[in-house]
Design a protein. Structure first.
Length: 650
């Protein structure tokens, strides 16, 4: 397959072209790459393999431990400069993930070529724009042609624009000018009205008549500036080229200076968080600072990675790492995923967004869970849900891919289910025929039986937590309130969990329970709802008294009524999952086979080799993939494999 040709991907049948991918070892030498990476840099695959990454992206390797996981900050993106074989400069967004193959550490680098958000203009002495070169529309919203003839004050913030013409008059006195020849940090007013942080340099292009030239470079949120300092005396020894945009200094000006030049309030204590930086022009701005320490030639160094931040974050997140936003938005890049504008669901702990796996183009669901929400209710973080999902693999349980854990947010990545909630499906039909109830209920029952055999109870079963895929197959979701229990043990759970409409008597009476019996009761409520369209109990008193009535508007089989009566019992008398599996209604009085136990999802062995070949074409190492599968890891390699496997199985 030629990866330059559009490959079909995603559930919508749209066409997807994967990003460039390079895999390197711990020494920084390239082990593999995909076709797009070869085209991006202008090398053949044979030329790339064995070449140091620093020859392609020297700026990305400015910190001496670029290929160590602690230095690269897995899942974050950096904007760096690169160069092709022909010497062409490239602006790249790079993202890192880490794997091992036969105990050899590897880093996978995903690359996107970015358009340069920089443009040049010339203007006369009163500020009338004469020429514009570059892609001005990306930064300002104005096309080059629409800017010509306007005054440069059009691009200034409102409060500056009013007096800008007066300031322009001062530029004629070049000897006293504090502007010409300087790199300044400013804000540009976008055509839509919002302000864009920029780096501005002004020069005199012609003295008679007086014409100025200006270079405007947007300081993007993903842009990073890296400064390396000695731990002993905090003197700057190395810096990335982006430091000129950030701080206004050339490299020669900063090397040898102390860190206090750009960090005026620096106390000598290196720690992650928000800081106040000072530009060469004297202005100050907020940035996040991420600190990594390393040793080279027996000397201790600190790498300081800066990103622009908004002042309002200081009070809310004093120790923010800014590796991911607390809320994810359309267009955000999180690890190997691009977030869409579609929200799939929301809850107390966070929301679920539709996203696309950038390497394969296949859609996924990303659930973001906020640490603060867990702390507010005294629950552990990272959540237990991750450990539960890693243990479960069943055709009627949502397929877990992997998770991205940060200090403030956890992102859980799963397959996406397109058929909607069982709640919505039932709402459109009022109630379902018993045969359809049975089809759906048997799938839920199979999943719960498997779950209980794995020592897991869901504790929040309800119509909203049962999804239907495009073929109508059940997928149980949301294990946020799930827990482990000891099979046959004496340990009891006490927490009142889930929706009150699905809660059994023991929860209302604050009685301890083992776990499975709570799920059995909830399954009974779901079954009653599917068959009747009504909740069985109107309040907690009715639940405790086991008082429910079958609607008279519809006839129900005696077998169904019998099964429900065995479920809606006190804790000590309630039937088990095994009893439900063996019940006549469940098996349609012998016309259906009994539900198989431990129905773990089958591997698509026939497609295994073709999936590995496809992953090799994407630029990934076969041996790394096989090692991750063998070790049952949950990482980007196994996630990519699983997505391709699920696609083959559809």
């Amino acid at each position: 397959m030629d990866l330059l040709d559009a490959a079909e991907g995603g559930s919508q049948g749209t066409y997807h072209v994967p990003p460039s991918v390079v895999v390197a070892d711990a020494a920084g030498f390239i082990r593999s790459a995909n076709v797009r990476a070869c085209v991006l840099f202008g090398f053949s695959l044979q030329e790339l393999v064995g070449r140091p990454v620093s020859s392609l992206m020297p700026e990305a390797c400015i910190d001496f431990r670029f290929f160590e996981k602690e230095a690269c900050h897995e899942g974050t993106s950096k904007v760096v400069s690169g160069k092709s074989k022909s010497g062409q400069a490239l602006k790249l967004r790079v993202m890192f993930s880490y794997f091992t193959a036969e105990d050899v550490p590897l880093v996978c680098i995903m690359l996107d070529e970015l358009e340069e958000r920089c443009f040049f203009l010339t203007c006369d002495k009163i500020g009338t724009i004469l020429t514009v070169v570059g892609n001005s529309i990306l930064t300002s919203g104005f096309s080059s042609q629409s800017l010509i003839g306007k005054n440069v004050s059009t691009l200034c913030p409102t409060e500056v624009a009013r007096t800008h013409v007066m300031h322009m008059a001062k530029y004629e006195g070049l000897a006293t000018s504090s502007v010409v020849g300087k790199v300044r940090q400013r804000e540009l007013r976008h055509q839509l009205g919002y302000l864009v942080p920029i780096s501005l340099s002004v020069h005199v292009l012609q003295e008679e008549p007086l014409i100025f030239s200006g270079c405007i470079t947007e300081i993007e949120p993903s842009t990073e500036a890296v400064i390396t300092v000695t731990l002993r005396d905090c003197r700057i020894v190395a810096l990335s080229s982006n430091c000129t945009i950030f701080f206004g200094y050339e490299r020669e000006e900063l090397v040898g200076m102390t860190l206090s030049v750009v960090l005026p309030g620096f106390s000598g204590l290196f720690e992650d968080g928000l800081c106040t930086c000072r530009h060469k022009d004297g202005s100050q701005f907020f940035a996040s600072m991420l600190v990594t320490q390393f040793v080279k030639d027996t000397m201790d160094f600190e790498n300081l990675t800066f990103k622009r931040a908004k002042p309002r974050l200081k009070a809310r997140m004093p120790s923010l790492l800014l590796r991911y936003d607390e809320v994810i938005f359309s267009g955000d890049i999180i690890d190997w995923y691009e977030i869409s504008s579609k929200t799939l669901g929301s809850g107390f702990f966070g929301g679920v967004k539709l996203a696309r796996h950038r390497l394969t183009g296949i859609d996924v669901a990303i659930k973001s869970l906020k640490k603060k929400q867990y702390e507010d209710v005294g629950m552990p973080f990272p959540p237990r849900e991750i450990e539960i999902l890693q243990k479960l693999r069943h055709p009627n349980i949502l397929r877990y891919l992997h998770s991205i854990v940060t200090e403030e947010v956890v992102y859980i990545v799963t397959e996406v289910v397109t058929g909607g909630e069982l709640f919505d499906y039932l709402s459109q039909r009022d109630s379902l025929p018993e045969d359809e109830c049975r089809t759906i209920f048997r799938q839920i029952l199979s999943a719960i039986d498997y779950m209980h055999d794995c020592g897991v109870c869901h504790r929040d079963l309800k119509l909203e937590n049962v999804l239907l895929d495009s073929q109508g197959k059940v997928k149980i979701i949301d294990f946020g309130l799930g827990n482990f229990f000891e099979l046959g043990g004496n340990a009891k759970l006490k927490t009142f969990c889930g929706s009150t409409d699905y809660a059994p008597p023991e929860c209302w009476q604050s009685m301890p329970y083992q776990g499975p019996e709570l799920d059995v009761w909830s399954m009974g409520v779901i079954l009653f709802l599917l068959a009747t369209g009504f909740l069985p109990f109107i309040n907690s008193d009715c639940v405790i008294r086991l008082c429910y009535i079958w609607p008279a508007t519809k006839k129900f089989s005696l077998e169904l009524q019998d099964l429900v009566s065995f479920i809606f019992k006190p804790l000590s008398l309630r039937c088990s999952v095994d009893h439900i599996i063996q019940h006549d209604w469940t098996n349609d009085c012998g016309r259906l086979p009994q539900i198989c136990k431990d129905k773990e999802q089958e591997q698509h062995h026939s497609s295994h080799d073709s999936i590995l070949s496809e992953m090799e074409e994407l630029g990934l190492l076969r041996e790394s993939v096989e090692a991750s599968l063998h070790d049952q890891n949950f990482n980007q390699l196994t996630a990519t494999y699983t997505l391709l496997e699920l696609k083959c199985g559809k």
